[in-house]
Design a protein around this ligand. Sequence first.
Ligand SMILES: [Zn+2]
Ligand SMILES: [Zn+2]
Length: 184
Amino acid sequence: MELPANLNMYISAFLFVLGAYLVALYAGLIVWTARDIRSRSRDLLAQIMAILLVAVFNVPGLIIYLLMRPHSKLAEEYERSLVEEAVLHDLEERRTCPECQHHVEPDFIICPYCLHQLKLRCVGCGRLLNPSWEVCPYCGRFRDKAEEETPQRAETFVSLEEPLAEEALAPAEVQPSQGNPNPS
Ligand SMILES: [Zn+2]
Ligand SMILES: [Zn+2]
């Protein structure tokens, strides 16, 4: 009677392989769930609940988890918040003075509250430039030439506030200041 003994061996080997496969599958599901919930939630309780759900109910638990898990991943949310922040920052940068945080119009050259240099006007083409730029990107003039105009503007603006306190300014110097954009 050799056959039954062999058969027993085959059956036990088959059961062993099947058992090992099921254990690996079970562990794999739990590891996958743990990784997935950690990429979607920082809440420790939610992480434990998700892992327990799959550990206790296995495949049906995994289906319930897939239905109930947070919609987006933390990395995606972080990326979205970065984009929103950048847009907001850009808007604020254009609308408030970096020095005194007063509201300024996008085409202001100098902050009317604290006289901070917001933009430069290119003497070559007349367009507004970022003060940190070295060269006008529109007409190719270099910065020192674009800058020539700005100290004068600042002086005439100051002379408007205290025309009598300092030495009397030549009328030709005061008049161009009236051409400055007047915020009202
Ligand atoms: Zn200011
Ligand atoms: Zn230019």
